[in-house]
Design a protein around this ligand. Structure first.
Ligand SMILES: *[C@@H]1O[C@H](CO)[C@@H](O)[C@H](O)[C@H]1NC(C)=O
Length: 126
């Protein structure tokens, strides 16, 4: 009885912590659908690589930087320049609430990503 409860509790916890991870093929599908294949000269394959390096495919990853700004989501977009987190100064160039960049549907983060990669430096902004 206790054993069963324990097992289902543990599998529940595992399911919760993995909910933030996106499968790289699912990610590629969304990126393709949102026209990132060839966008600004970058191939579709560049984006899962960036997601791996930045977040290990964790769409809810938030990381605090030494300067007090935060990096958000699968591509670790920085609050100092790109999104507003209402707790540190931000240029908010993407006009996005940083929390929206953590959405599992990825639409806000993809739209902000397109804005970043369209600017001077392209993918070197990461
Ligand atoms: C994803 O990131 C969040 C926030 O940084 C963290 O709490 C969570 O444990 C991470 N998930 C995995 C599976 O690493």
């Amino acid at each position: 009885m206790m054993g069963t409860l324990f097992v289902s509790l543990v599998s529940c916890l595992i399911a919760t912590s993995q909910a933030s991870l996106i499968d790289r093929c699912d990610l590629a599908r969304v990126l393709y659908k949102e026209d990132l294949d060839g966008f600004e000269g970058y191939s579709l394959a560049d984006w899962p690589c960036l997601a791996f390096v930045e977040s290990k495919f964790n769409i809810s990853k938030v990381n605090e930087n030494a300067d007090g700004s935060f990096d958000y989501g699968i591509f670790q977009i920085n609050s100092h320049y790109w999104c507003n987190d209402y707790r540190s100064h931000s240029e908010d160039i993407c006009h996005e609430d940083c929390q929206d960049l953590l959405s599992p549907n990825l639409l806000s983060i993809i739209s902000c990503t397109k804005k970043i990669v369209s600017g001077a430096g392209g993918m070197k902004n990461w």
